[in-house]
Design a binder for this molecule. Structure first.
Ligand code: ADP
Ligand code: MG
Length: 250
């Protein structure tokens, strides 16, 4: 591992019964970069993502974060390390306001500041939540009921909640799934903006979507790593072309 590496998978494997969803994948993800993990449906992207983000234990292999072996570490220990993944929609309380949702997600962070009075703590939480909402461009929706947001805004809210733990590494699994073309453009612009201060790993099915924003791309197919390189290298890779050829293009 070099200093540039933030997180590294070494021979990562995950089996479900007799089926191997991710097979002996080794890959490095560099600090301060956007690295996309792409591949056709069923390639093993989400399984790989879930291992990197701590919600799924590898069958074999290791995960190194800043040189530290974090393989098999309990999920709740990932946020304190500086690793966060986009929350699933199920973690958003639809009846609460957008701001309340972000405040709840920020609470773990602020509980460190024990010297604050309860009042100051609430004010502080509000400030933090509003700051995060303005970073993702949702500040105008702060008082809206979360359940009434448009789909694209809900996904942006999930990302905001992931940011509440102040991650240095942000993991996103198909953040544009189900989005309209306009919402997709907005989300990709948001990801690029967030990347100025964080390392991002973006899992995405649609190859064309990640070409413009990625510093590096890793390609999975049938659970195996078939290519890794710059967007230009991946675009010109014959095996990658073959794998994506059968698919209706995105
Ligand atoms: P992708 O995200 O690239 O579409 P996944 O990682 O979701 O792929 O799935 C890879 C393969 O592993 C698929 O064939 C899928 O059916 C299988 N798989 C994923 N999760 C499980 C599970 N919990 N149990 C059994 N098979 C699974
Ligand atoms: Mg997936």
């Amino acid at each position: 591992m070099t200093d540039a590496t933030m997180i590294e998978a070494v021979g990562l494997t995950r089996r479900f019964g007799g089926f191997t969803a991710v097979k002996d994948v080794s890959a490095r993800f560099e600090r301060g970069k956007i690295t996309s993990v792409i591949g056709p449906n069923g390639a093993g992207k989400s399984t790989f993502f879930n291992m990197l983000s701590g919600s799924l234990k590898p069958s074999n292999g290791r995960i190194l974060f800043e040189g530290q072996d974090i393989t098999g570490l309990a999920q709740h220990r990932f946020a304190p390390l500086g690793i966060a993944k986009s929350f699933q929609i199920t973690s958003v309380f639809p009846q609460l306001s957008v701001l309340e949702n972000v405040r709840l997600a920020s609470q773990a962070l602020v509980s460190r500041y024990d010297f604050w009075t309860p009042r100051a703590r609430l004010e502080g939480l509000r400030e933090i939540a509003l700051g995060l909402l303005s970073e993702v461009g949702l500040e105008a929706r702060a008082d809206g009921v979360a359940g009434t947001l448009a789909h694209g805004e809900q996904r942006a809210l999930e990302v905001t909640m992931a940011l509440a733990s102040r991650p240095r590494l942000l993991l996103l699994d198909e953040p544009t799934a189900g989005m309209s073309p306009e919402e997709t453009v907005a989300m990709m612009a948001l990801i690029r903006k967030l990347a100025s201060e964080r390392t991002i790993i973006l899992v995405e099915h649609k190859m064309k979507l990640v070409m413009g924003v990625s510093d590096a791309i890793v390609v999975l197919h049938h659970g195996e790593l078939i290519a890794a390189g710059t967007p230009d290298e991946i675009r010109g890779n014959e095996q990658v072309k073959r794998v994506y050829l059968g698919e209706r293009q995105h």
